[in-house]
Design a protein around this ligand. Structure first.
Ligand code: G4P
Length: 525
């Protein structure tokens, strides 16, 4: 197969949802279709959920929360599908944001009874910023659900995107009979607890009397009426509006019962984008350019507790990535060869010789990489879009075991490179401050420092409101500000000036009094 065909057949995407909407269940069902995992009859199994597929970090097993994201690749109907898993827990939202920079499209799972929830709303904002094409799967139709029209209105309103149903449910909960596929014009009948991968019964004509026989006269009448309404209310589906991120196709189903999942997957493979161009600071890079480029969007530590190595996840943006070839690590300005790059098939990884745009390659790393690093075949470009957001919670971090100071320093350094949290060093007293998005990260850091680096730390409270990055063309004013506010000035990990405001009022005053200084709430501006 040629280089361009390889790119065209790739679909790299993430499934996002509010916790409990069914992201894990849907991911498992998709993996079953791809043959990436094998479970008799796709039975719901706690064992799979807790040990295999996406959760392989020790800490995740302990907490039962998907702390880190992982990649699952599989072949299906001629396509190479790469699912990038994202942590559901909101404290790890930043991990999810970064993963969204590495995907070409997104599937959003919504619980049919609960509708759109907070976490989904936040994640959708990131998709909207990047114009990522999104598809919606309304899950748990086997349970009593909200009215489908109300659900669609809610999605439009809450996620601020137009919708176009491509399938339609006949009833819900106890009366759930099946789903009519508007994309392929066929009716699939729901058989509870069947949970197999066999095809449903397909009825192509909506006026076919077989529908009345199968789901009853009343349900058939309602379905026909609703379908008529759907076609009247929503404009016909156009692929371009989906690809530009303006319209989200919507599917209904039940991931647990494996119902509606295949229709979602089939349509997804047909319409979802293959790898898109990537924006570097210097220029737009096309995936079919001959030379390899890629960037690190995630670093996973200690997958094997017996070895200290980390795994840097590289998204291939252009060209063919090849094993044992010299590539430029742009930030270090040095060439590196990778002898054991890995690809991911569910929980298994294997060494690969080559990878194409859209693929994610895992590179064993002993500390050379940090999030956002660009690797190329020689060109000095820098991929954008991996900003640090201003943390919301802050604590001083102190060494709790004087014998392990070195280990602690190394541990903190590496955890920050992984993007677990952000480190600020006070310019006033040299103390180190950890900033995070969620409270759980403090525990994660403490746990990992102890278990992976043998270092103990303790935290001390600090009263801070926000950290902001400063920029100004007025050097005199900036220097004056830094002198006056020395007590509140810190350096971030790359040595940039950060103002640590202790209240909203103080920040406002600073903004009012120093008009020539820009205060930024993300590190990329
Ligand atoms: P998440 O990754 O988005 O957090 O959700 P997950 O897939 O873990 O699903 C959350 C719960 O919802 C699970 O139940 C799961 O079995 C259930 N679920 C998922 N899809 C469907 C569906 O289509 N219909 C119904 N009725 N339930 C569904 P749980 O009891 O929390 O998990 P478990 O411990 O029984 O596995």
């Amino acid at each position: 197969m040629g280089f361009k065909e390889e790119i065209k057949r790739r679909r790299t995407f993430a499934i996002i949802s509010h916790p409990d909407a069914g992201k894990t269940t849907l991911t498992e069902k998709l993996l079953l279709f791809g043959g990436a995992i094998h479970v008799a009859g796709a039975v719901k199994s706690n064992k799979i959920k807790k040990t295999a597929t996406s959760d392989f970090m020790e800490i995740e097993k302990q907490r039962g929360i998907s702390v880190a994201t992982s990649v699952m690749g599989f072949e299906y109907e001629g396509c190479k599908v790469n699912i990038l898993d994202t942590p559901g827990h909101q404290d790890f939202a930043e991990d999810t944001f970064r993963t969204l920079t590495a995907v070409d499209s997104v599937i959003i799972v919504v619980d049919a009874a609960k509708g759109v929830e907070t976490q989904t709303r936040k994640l959708m904002e990131v998709c909207r910023m990047r114009h990522t094409p999104v598809m919606v799967f309304i899950n748990k139709m086997d349970r009593p659900s909200k009215d489908p029209f109300d659900l669609l209105d809610e999605v439009e309103e809450e996620l601020k995107i137009k919708v176009r149903p491509l399938s339609w449910p006949a009833g819900s909960g106890n009366t759930f009979k099946g789903v009519y596929n508007l994309f392929e014009k066929s009716l699939f009948l729901f058989e509870p607890n069947k949970q197999t991968l066999e095809d449903g019964i397909s009825i192509s004509n909506i006026n076919d009397a077989q529908i009345d026989e199968s789901i009853g006269d009343k349900a058939a009448k309602l379905l026909r009426e609703e379908l008529e309404l759907v076609e009247g209310v929503y404009p016909p589906f156009e692929n371009e509006t989906y690809l530009s991120g303006n319209v989200a196709p919507v599917f209904f189903g039940s991931a647990l019962n494996n119902f509606g999942v295949r229709e979602l997957l089939n349509c997804f493979l047909k319409i979802a984008p293959s790898p898109l161009p990537s924006q570097a600071e210097e220029r737009l890079v096309m995936p079919d350019e001959e030379k390899f480029t890629g960037f690190v969007f995630k670093i996973h530590a200690n997958m094997d507790p017996n070895h200290r190595n980390r795994l840097a996840f590289v998204k291939v943006c252009s060209g063919k990535f090849e094993r044992n070839t010299n590539y430029l690590h742009v930030r270090h300005g040095k060439n590196m060869k990778f002898s054991s790059p890995t690809a991911f098939m569910a929980d298994k990884k294997s060494i690969i010789d080559e990878a194409y745009p859209g693929d994610i390659v895992g590179i064993p790393d002993s500390g050379n990489f940090k999030i956002g690093d660009t690797i190329t075949q020689g060109e000095k470009i820098h991929y954008k879009g991996l900003p640090s957001f201003s943390p919301e919670l802050f604590r001083y971090i102190e060494n709790d075991d004087p014998m392990k100071a070195k280990q602690l320093a190394k541990g903190i350094d590496q955890l920050m490179d992984e993007g677990v949290a952000q480190l600020f060093t006070s310019q006033f007293n040299g103390r180190k401050v950890i900033g995070t998005v969620g409270a759980l990260q403090f525990e994660v850091i403490q746990y990992r420092l102890l278990h992976e680096y043998g270092a103990s730390c303790r935290y001390e409270a600090i009263n801070l409101h926000k950290a902001c990055w400063l920029r100004s063309t007025d050097k005199v004013q900036l220097d004056d500000f830094k002198k006056r506010k020395l007590q509140y000035m810190a350096k971030d990990k790359s040595g940039r000036d950060v103002f640590m405001a202790d209240s909203g009022y103080m920040l406002q005053m600073a903004q009012d009094n120093f008009k020539n200084i820009e205060f930024h709430f993300t590190s990329e501006f």
